[in-house]
Ligand binder design. Structure first.
Ligand SMILES: NC(=O)C1=CN([C@@H]2O[C@H](COP(=O)(O)OP(=O)(O)OC[C@H]3O[C@@H](n4cnc5c(N)ncnc54)[C@H](O)[C@@H]3O)[C@@H](O)[C@H]2O)C=CC1
Ligand SMILES: O=C([O-])CC(=O)C(=O)O
Length: 274
């Protein structure tokens, strides 16, 4: 597919049609002002035939690293391991990349310089979190501290590298267990599919080394619970969100909705919130 445009609509490509990507693709297909779903990348096309046939306008299926040539905005909805293959070709061409695997940005920080050098953009939605508008605003002044506590049901944590490497048995827990306490950077290494939110929070505020994170395995909760305390020279605020897990137990349902809300803002006449 060439990079030629046929209308003023922004062409959007979705990389990965899992829990987040399938909802984003559906919303685009149903209509978001000024945006068209132009392409998708999937690992196993046969698995997604039913879904793609149900769309009103069938997008092209392309290899993940070619989406950047076929769209104005590429939405990364894949595992962290695919982040670079998705974002690099887009920002190199001066396009925008929406990134949900935010933790992966920490190991690929040069992508931000690459985007800057080529007029590209990297957009991080608030995702499964809350209040990044307030954190952004507070960061214009001075933030003294940001603390976040994440509690997830056991199903949402199984297989995390921290748990596997430290051989922690979480299956028979009867009460909450604090698994980790440290920086957002280290939390992302230990729990790459669980604390993208902590990295997004850190990038909005005081960075991945100063943002303090706790991760708890909690058999008493059924939702992914995040509580945040911010102490700044302009304000002190506490925020909390209790996410209903999607069909992927690690991922809160609101994450896809946050991406859709961000896409709606790209061409909306009225934009509310920063
Ligand atoms: N920023 C945030 O607030 C949040 C971010 N996330 C992150 O978002 C990402 C996506 O999450 P989910 O949709 O729940 O994951 P998912 O596992 O449901 O979907 C990922 C999809 O990517 C596909 N995929 C993998 N390799 C591919 C390739 N080479 N080409 C094309 N497709 C490929 C998989 O087949 C799968 O369908 C994850 O990294 C997750 O950790 C999740 C929750 C919150
Ligand atoms: O969905 C959530 O609650 C948060 C999550 O998985 C992440 O940040 O990776």
């Amino acid at each position: 597919m060439t990079d030629q445009k046929t209308s003023n609509e922004l062409r959007v490509a979705v990389a990965g049609l899992g829990s987040i990507g399938s909802k984003v693709a559906t919303a685009l297909d149903q209509g978001i002002e000024g945006l068209t779903l132009s392409a998708v990348a999937v690992r196993d096309p046969a698995k997604h035939q039913g879904f793609l046939s149900g769309l009103r306008h069938r997008p092209q299926i392309m290899p993940i690293d070619q989406l950047g040539a076929a769209a104005d905005i590429v939405v990364e909805c894949a595992p962290t391991s695919q982040l670079r293959a998705i974002v690099e070709p887009a920002v190199k061409r001066g396009k925008s990349a929406v990134v949900v695997s935010v933790g992966g940005l920490l190991d690929n920080y040069d992508l931000i310089d690459l985007a800057r050098a080529n007029g590209g953009r990297i957009l991080v939605p608030t995702g499964a979190l809350i209040g990044l508008d307030a954190v952004n605003a507070a960061a214009v002044g001075t933030i003294h501290s940001v603390k976040m506590v994440t509690r997830k049901p056991i199903d949402g944590l199984r297989g995390a590298p921290f748990i596997v490497q430290n051989k922690v048995d979480i299956d028979d827990l009867r009460e909450p267990l604090k698994l980790f306490e440290g920086s957002a950077r280290d939390a992302a290494k230990g729990f790459p599919a669980n604390v993208n939110v902590a990295v997004a929070l850190s990038l909005a505020g005081i960075g991945p080394d100063r943002t303090q994170v706790q991760v708890w395995a909690d058999p008493t909760v059924t939702r992914n619970v995040h509580r945040i305390e911010v102490e700044a020279d302009s304000a002190r605020f506490s925020m909390g969100i209790e996410n209903i897990p999607s069909e992927n137990p690690k991922t809160g349902m609101i994450t896809a909705l946050s991406v859709i809300a961000l896409l709606r803002k790209q061409r909306a006449t009225l934009c509310v919130g920063t």
